[in-house]
Design a protein around this ligand. Sequence first.
Ligand SMILES: Cc1ncc(COP(=O)(O)O)c(C=O)c1O
Length: 462
Amino acid sequence: MTSLLPTGKQINLQLGWPSPSLFPSEDLNAAASSVFSSFDVASSALVYGPSRGYVPLRSQMAKFLGSMYHGNPEAIEESRVCIAGGASQNLSNTLLRFADPSYTRRIWMVEPTYFLACPVFEDCGFIGKMRGVPEDDEGIDLGFLERALAETEAEYAGKCEEGRLKTPANGYEKIYKHIIYVVPTFSNPSGKTMSLEHRYSLVRLAIKYDALVISDDVYDFLSWPHEQENYIEGGKLEISPTLVDINRELDPESKWGNTMSNGSFSKIIAPGARVSWAMGTPAFVSFLATTGASISGGNPGHLSSTFVENMLSSGALQTHIEKKLIPTYSSRYYAMVKAIEEYLEPLGVKVITGQPYHSHYRTSDGGGSAAKIQAAGGFFLSISLPSTYQDVPGLAKAALEKEELKIAYGKMFEVKGDAGSKERSKTSFGNSIRLCWSFHEEEAIKEGIMRLRSVLLSYDKI
Ligand SMILES: Cc1ncc(COP(=O)(O)O)c(C=O)c1O
């Protein structure tokens, strides 16, 4: 891979990477030293790892997820968690284990979509079978999705099993008819968060249509108040329930479930760590983790898993999130929003918010407001341009050439191979720009927004 790091004076508001100054190198160094200074631990770190993941990490992971999502380390059983080598890889594994292009009808992707998921689906045999579902203010247009699911089922009536390759006789007990791909919390690219009502309705639809919802939950633990004056050091926002929790509540006896939570340490430790987790029913995560490659090569994130386990059991990761990441990302977010208000809103630009996401905000001693406040978080926000700006890809090109500013434009987030998505982008998300605050510091973010203003002001000269 060629380096995507900004060079010279370039400001890259496209790059969804944590800045290197935020990597917990000292904690990782301490973790690695501790692993390698014990013969027994080092030995278990350097053999093939169990396909479901390093056992001590699995149990730390369950405690961590229980604490983060439920405020109770015992709330999630270890049997519901497996470890993987990144959310991207696990997306691929999920398709390999639970979908079959000769049987699974469609991949439904919320649009604008996380565009790098498209090639993963294509690799798994779904070229031409991906379809966009518009995002609405509450996260996903459920009416559109239900109509599309029903129409597709009518199309397939009577030819369900024709040509199916992954059958129970071949070891694939559960293949879903549909896959639905969403990023419900602080979505990439829009920044929107799915409402609780839509989460419940989406899971009900998935159950009704034998669909698996793959929920990329990689930004869930990075949240703070939208209003800077509400920010309290050490404050924590309650996190929305995962679709997996909702699925468990609605259909507790289901063996496979209809949802999987795809989480990752890429955004809260470092992308190079290549460790992630999946949450689902015990049957689901066991089968997911036993792809042919993992049976042969062991868990793909094994050595790094031992470092991550050390960071979790020592509490270093929890401290890193609370004391470093949230304070840094929130102040970059506030700097970006302030700069947009000052330099872009006078030109008619709007921040896309959807229905604001509200949540309880508390300090560890129980302080904070009893009322819910508006939350922000993740890595991205999207802005919409007034309709006078027709050629947004051209604008992004000019930003790079004239201002050394890199931005991601709406068209990039179309669902690949779906003519409907391409068409809809012309009248909806095509006029948007995604901006990221994770890589640059406040001054560079402000400078980047000022450069964007210059590009917008010289638009008619492009
Ligand atoms: C929604 C979403 N899913 C997955 C990923 C990639 O995750 P990982 O680094 O764990 O493969 C990203 C990274 O930008 C993302 O935004």
